[in-house]
Design a protein around this ligand. Structure first.
Ligand SMILES: *Cc1c(COP(=O)(O)O)cnc(C)c1O
Length: 366
């Protein structure tokens, strides 16, 4: 936490706004728009809830198909299933580790000629790095398919100077405990289309019709963010830049100490974006390094250093095993060889030095 969160929370208590509505919720949405350049925002209870609303708002329903990045966390695709639709996964490129624009274009072209276009495309911005949005948006526009951006991991990043998450029809962010800023749990849905955002607020508050009695013509959800947590979010927005700087600093220290080890390659930064380096990720070439990713991870674990594999692509997940995937080799390779190092904003120089010397020692002893 930064220095102001508790004061905002106290204000919520002092004014008795302990509800999923209130002045902090409104202010958090406004301040979030200022920080990201989004036009309109709705604060919700999680990034997953924001994705669920986004998919429903663009009309995804039973039997529809939704194209979706395969190299991501399951929460990206779960809401597709909530709505009775089917994910079709798209592989990554090696430049950004995010959705390959050429694969998407080929796939949409093929689908257009079969008359079987998807209802939406979900584009993920992984580990603090923006995907190559422009060509993806262009091909989505060409086929009139709404683009939903999952920027849960990319708050604070830029794409050609602007915030990923603000380019598509709708974008989502997460404030879960592990993200770059957090409200313990929470999310944000953004759009340039005011009507969509008004509709999102309606659906997120149990779809109450404007009537004094409780009247409902649609099925809604209880998805709004608590005013107490929005207070935390307001304080966290004030330290976002510091958090980004801390994450990038972790990355730079790791890279300058380990980047020359044979077989170690850090996640590249694209020339079209600025990454927050939310997580420091690298790949291991087994032969050159002398050990594989998993050996390194287990050796680190023995020393109480928690490193993790890169996300397991969704097309390899048992729960999505029936789903189609276009390409897949790049995501599979990044998963098999990819390692995320400890990346918290509060790591000390001693912490970083301990991880670095542990990895060097593994290299020297294999
Ligand atoms: C964290 C995350 C989500 C889900 O956000 P929650 O707030 O945890 O529901 C969705 N997509 C990605 C890529 C994430 O990392």
């Amino acid at each position: 936490m930064g220095s102001q969160e508790l004061a905002f929370v106290k204000q919520a208590f002092d004014t008795n706004w302990i509800a999923p509505v209130g002045p902090h919720v409104d202010a958090f949405e406004q301040e979030f728009c200022q920080v990201t350049g989004a036009s309109y925002a709705v604060a919700v209870s999680s990034g997953t809830a924001a994705l669920h609303l986004a998919l429903q708002l663009v009309g995804v329903g039973p039997g529809d198909e939704v194209f979706c990045s395969t190299l991501t966390f399951a929460a990206t695709a779960n809401p597709i299933i909530y709505l009775g639709a089917k994910p079709v996964f798209i592989d990554s490129d090696r430049i950004s580790w995010n959705m390959n624009p050429e694969l998407l274009q080929e796939a949409l072209q093929k689908r257009a000629s079969n008359g079987k276009l998807p209802k939406a495309v979900i584009l993920v911005h992984l580990y603090g790095q923006s995907a190559d949005i422009e060509p993806i948006l262009q091909v989505c526009d060409q086929y009139n398919i709404p683009l939903i951006e999952d920027a849960a991991e990319a708050l604070g990043a830029t794409y050609k100077g602007l915030s990923p998450g603000t380019f598509g029809r709708l974008g989502i962010y997460s404030f879960n405990g592990n993200k770059i800023i957090t409200t313990s749990g929470g999310g944000m849905l953004v759009s340039d289309d005011e009507k969509l955002v008004v509709k999102a607020k309606f659906l997120a508050t149990q779809a109450r019709d404007p009537a004094p009695h409780y009247q409902h013509s649609e099925i809604g959800y209880n998805y709004r963010l608590s005013n107490v947590l929005a207070g935390i979010g307001r304080g966290q927005l004030q330290v976002l830049n510091q958090r980004v700087a801390a994450r990038r600093r972790n990355f730079e220290i790791y890279q300058s100490a380990l980047g020359d080890l044979p077989g170690i390659e850090f996640m590249p930064e694209t020339n079209f974006g600025y990454s927050t380096r939310w997580l420091t990720a690298l790949t291991v070439a087994t032969e050159a390094f002398g050990a594989d990713r998993e050996y390194i991870r287990l050796q680190l674990a023995k020393q109480q250093i928690e490193a993790r594999p890169v996300w397991k692509p969704l097309h390899l997940q048992p729960v999505f095993s029936e789903c189609e995937c276009i390409g897949g080799e790049v995501g599979e390779d990044l998963f098999l060889r990819g390692l995320c190092l400890p990346s918290g904003s509060n790591l000390t120089d001693e912490d970083l030095a301990r991880v670095i010397s542990a990895i060097k020692a593994i290299y020297l002893t294999t």
